[in-house]
Design a protein around this ligand. Structure first.
Ligand SMILES: [Zn+2]
Length: 521
């Protein structure tokens, strides 16, 4: 392992002073940023220069090479489900991140209608902190009236339906707030957690738009995989880590602002971490995916431990489900208190308190690694069917312990992580069941015990009914056939029936839809 050269990081104190200068600094920076954005066309590629040579020498520099070398999700085996990008579909985002927590920019979505019906509208999902949004440009279709905003939904009516196979390009101008505080999104102690930060096109499944809204708990959005070109102007001195740990290219530094450019292959969403607070440890050697962990002061040992667990989980899940979908994987310690861990394409956030307590750290790391298959590679609607990726990630965690430490360890994790959670409070929710939208759960407790708890126990019941060979065939089939796409309960049932060579409808109905009181005690 190689230790990061910490001299490249600005000290927390000097950054704190800059944060206090906040508003004045932002005004200057926003002006500089605007100049850079406006000058973008003329600067173009000609201005590309290595402006921070130290960064290239830091341990994480290898991630850049890895991303350039591979950087692509595997091509799907079958192109049968919607929600998978086609041709040159994708996102271009040009935005300025200001010190006053405002993100202002433009997002252009290029989208081909792969449904057999014409689309009479485009429906976008807005970030939670959205301040303003306006349709700036539409190519390939004509707006059929004024766009309408309702909650986190932004609808652009089309004058005539967009036929199957036709491509449309929509540019939205927007501004949004990043939260301040120790949450999974926003600015926490000098660490910028940049996610849920741009309007995205909702998924159309051939019949309806998946335009759900989140609750106070659970995930924020459900996106189709897409390629991204992101041009981000942010405070200089921050190191950036995007999907699969991609460091981006610094294409301009002007005063206190830097402009970074990222280009990705298909990923579930574009999220990044900007920081001047982290040290880094990375695995040495050529093993792929490349592995690194970013840690905050005093937590290097915990980060090294996390790295070891992540490597074992990546190996186990690659064997069980199929190849990991990217060139690198990064564990980012984050000063967050709302989640123990959060998954993004090719990187995860782990809360500092997990590193401090060490309590259950391995299972949290493994759960988030499992999401690289059940969320990033194979998507599911995290708002309408939140149980799918959580039950799969939670059950995968027990599979890891089973493979790594033996069947008793697997059972013990399933008991601790699913059964205990479910059993403890199930009498309080006799009418509840698993397969419902996140907003239909009355409390976070009910949501967790049903999606993580009873959902994982359902997969155990499925395994017992199918037998190991067919059950693992089912999981491998899910990952292979739906790579880059998404699955629903219906898809899961079809895949399970196919692997089992019989109908498992009764089991799906009992475990996912029947009131809890109907299940055995
Ligand atoms: Zn999860």
């Amino acid at each position: 392992m190689v230790r990061a050269d910490k001299r490249v990081f600005m000290s927390g104190r000097s950054w704190g002073v800059m944060m206090r200068l906040g508003r004045t600094f932002h005004v200057i920076m926003a002006l500089i940023g605007a100049v850079i954005v406006l000058a973008g066309a003329t600067l173009g590629g000609a201005a590309v220069a290595v402006l921070q040579p130290e960064l290239a020498q830091s341990t994480a520099g290898f991630l850049n090479l890895a991303s350039k070398a591979v950087g692509r999700l595997p091509q799907p085996a079958k192109a049968e489900s919607h929600g998978r990008q086609s041709g040159d579909d994708g996102y271009e985002i040009e935005a300025v991140l200001g010190l006053d927590q405002v993100v202002a920019g433009k997002v252009t979505v290029t989208f081909t209608n792969d449904a057999s019906v014409g689309l009479d509208r485009l429906v976008f999902h807005l970030p939670r902190g959205l301040q303003t949004v306006a349709l700036e440009h539409l190519d390939g279709a004509q707006a059929g009236g004024d766009p309408a905003r309702a909650g986190l939904m932004y609808t652009v009516p089309l004058k005539s339906p967009l036929p199957q196979g036709a491509q449309v390009r929509a540019t939205l101008k927007y501004s949004t707030f990043l939260a301040q505080g120790h949450r999974r999104q926003g600015i926490s102690s000098g660490v910028w957690l940049v996610n849920d930060w741009y309007p995205s096109l909702d998924v159309f499944d051939g019949e309806h738009w998946h335009a759900g809204e989140g609750a106070a708990f659970g995930d924020y959005s459900f996106l189709a995989t897409a390629s991204y070109k992101v041009r981000l102007t942010a405070p200089a001195g921050l190191s950036a880590y995007g999907p699969y740990g991609d460091r981006g290219r610094v294409v301009a530094v002007e005063g206190s602002a830097q402009t970074l450019v990222f280009e990705t292959g298909p990923v579930r969403e574009f999220a990044a971490v900007l920081t001047d607070q982290h040290g880094a440890v990375a695995e040495v050697g050529q093993t792929r995916p490349a592995l690194a962990a970013l840690y905050l002061a005093g937590h290097e040992a915990a980060a090294r431990g996390a790295l070891g667990s992540a490597r074992k989980a990546l190996t186990t899940f690659s064997e069980l489900f199929g190849p990991y979908p990217g060139p690198a994987f990064v564990i980012v310690e984050a000063p967050i208190t709302d989640f123990k861990g959060v998954e993004f394409p090719g990187f995860i956030l782990i809360s500092s308190s997990q590193y401090e307590s060490g309590d259950g750290l391995e299972s949290v790391i493994v759960h988030e690694v499992a999401h690289q298959w059940w969320y990033n590679l194979v998507g599911s609607d995290q708002l309408e069917e939140p149980w799918i990726d959580e039950a799969l990630a939670n059950y995968s965690t027990s599979l890891y312990f089973e493979k790594e430490y033996g069947p008793a360890a697997g059972r013990s994790i399933l008991n601790a992580g699913a059964f205990a959670l479910y059993r403890a409070r199930r009498s309080a929710y006799p009418e509840s069941y698993v397969a419902k939208p996140v907003t239909a759960f009355a409390t976070e407790e009910e949501y967790k015990m049903m999606t993580y708890g009873r959902g994982a126990l359902f997969l155990q019941a499925l395994r017992e009914a199918m037998g190991d060979q067919k059950f693992f065939e089912f999981l491998r089939g899910l990952a292979a056939d739906h790579a880059g796409g998404y699955v629903t309960e219906k898809t899961l049932r079809a895949e399970a029936d196919r692997a089992a060579r019989r109908s498992l409808a009764g089991l799906f109905d009992l475990w996912l839809h029947q009131p809890d009181a109907r299940l055995p005690r």
